[in-house]
Design a protein around this ligand. Structure first.
Ligand SMILES: Cc1ncc(COP(=O)(O)O)c(C=O)c1O
Length: 390
């Protein structure tokens, strides 16, 4: 299933293949049932019905109410929307925001923009395991804090942050709490009522839905102020004709993923643990992020002796072997940036450049893990030799 011409796809934290159920849900909405949900004739009403069915499915998967789900163009928009809307609506109460140094740039860049507009931002420092604690948050909250935004699962290390504890601390002090659940949604059980978050961002392409679509959960009576203005769709909060097919694909993927979460996660976790054990057998390989509290499918490593080279070499050599993984680093004109979360966690920039992220999904098999474990050790060895000879 999901064979991509012999390729082992193990970069599911970057994006995932669309599931057959999601594809099936989308296809008729492109071809025959293509109405505009704002139109009052039958074709439009059918599209509206599809839209509201999707909203019900997304809400159901999160334990939310239907009117608490707003569709977006993905994780970046959801994070920006949550943060900007709270800051715009509550600036009168205070201008202090708390987040962490391990957030995705969709959060960090939004916060930078707000700093330029007179807001003050405190970024909590993670421990070596990539965690921040409720006590750290307690110490950072001030009288003028209006928002805390902490991700549920980190995209570089897979560490699962203690969101419920953090959220409780924020609420003790009457501060709103947003979580970027882009890496977590569809991968771990989430019930917004149990956790108590005020806002939560998700993105479909991380859980076998299509790209360019996501959702923002906002707890009633909180209503996000519009970021995009126009025809008044999404109760005037997010204008623009709704992307009915992609929304249906997202809802189908989330519903399917949530229904089989436990069973899938047992299998994925077993694959991941075998992968971790195999990679750690390579001399000088180190696991990053919390060893226990981590996403079922994500394993990330750094390699001693590869300092300064960057893992791009490993990624490209693995690609030649038909294996897709990620370096966890961003490339910018000739330089390789080490992943910011690893630097924040106290890794030296040189070793952080050797970061390799391997992320599995329900479509990966034992044979995929075998192929990675066969290919990787000689490639690491070869890269180390290359450095010595240079
Ligand atoms: C933690 C996290 N937040 C936000 C995003 C952005 O999501 P999108 O690609 O849907 O805009 C990503 C994507 O990699 C992510 O990993």
């Amino acid at each position: 299933m999901m064979e991509t011409q012999g390729i082992v796809y193990a970069d599911n934290s970057a994006t995932t293949p669309v599931s057959p159920a999601a594809l099936e849900a989308m296809l008729p909405l492109f071809s025959t049932a293509y109405g505009n949900p704002s139109a009052i004739y039958g074709l439009g009403r059918d599209a509206k019905k599809s839209l509201e069915d999707s909203r019900r499915k997304v809400a159901g998967a999160l334990g939310a109410r239907n009117n608490e789900i707003f569709f977006t163009s993905g994780g970046t928009e959801g994070d920006n929307w949550a943060i900007f809307s709270v800051c715009e609506q509550y600036a009168g109460r205070g201008k202090h925001i708390i987040s962490t140094r391990i957030e995705h740039s969709a959060v960090l860049k939004a916060l930078e923009r707000l700093e330029g507009r007179g807001f003050e931002v405190t970024l909590l420092e993670p421990g070596r395991n990539g965690m921040v604690s409720p006590d750290q948050l307690r110490g950072a909250i001030r009288e003028d804090t209006i928002l805390v935004s902490v991700m549920m699962a980190n995209n570089v290390t897979g560490a699962l942050l203690p969101i419920k504890g953090l959220c409780d601390v924020a609420h003790e002090r009457k501060v709103l709490f947003h979580t970027d659940a882009v890496q977590a949604a569809g991968h771990i059980p989430i019930n917004v009522r149990d956790i108590g978050v005020d806002m939560l961002t998700l993105s479909a392409h991380k859980f076998h839905g299509p790209k360019g679509i996501g959702a923002l959960y906002a707890r009633v009576p909180l209503i996000p102020g519009p970021l995009i203005w126009g025809g008044g769709q999404e109760k005037g909060r997010r204008s623009g004709t709704e992307n009915v097919p992609l929304i249906a694909g997202m809802a189908a993927a989330l519903e399917e993923g949530t229904a089989s979460l436990e069973e899938n996660n047992q299998r994925i976790t077993a694959l991941r643990d075998r992968l971790i054990a195999g990679v750690l057998a390579i001399p000088g390989a180190l696991l990053t992020g919390d060893p226990v509290r981590r996403l079922p499918g994500l394993a990330s490593f750094v390699f001693e002796g590869l300092e300064g080279v960057g893992s791009q070499k490993l990624v490209l050599r693995l690609d030649e072997e038909g294996i897709c993984v990620s370096s966890g680093s961003a490339c910018s004109v000739g330089s390789i940036d080490p992943p910011a979360p690893l630097l924040a966690m106290g890794y030296d920039a040189k070793i952080a450049r050797s970061a390799l992220r391997i992320s599995l999904s329900v479509y990966n098999t034992e044979a995929d893990v075998d192929r990675i474990l066969e290919a990787l050790p000689p490639i690491v060895e070869e890269a180390r030799k290359g450095i010595k000879e240079e």
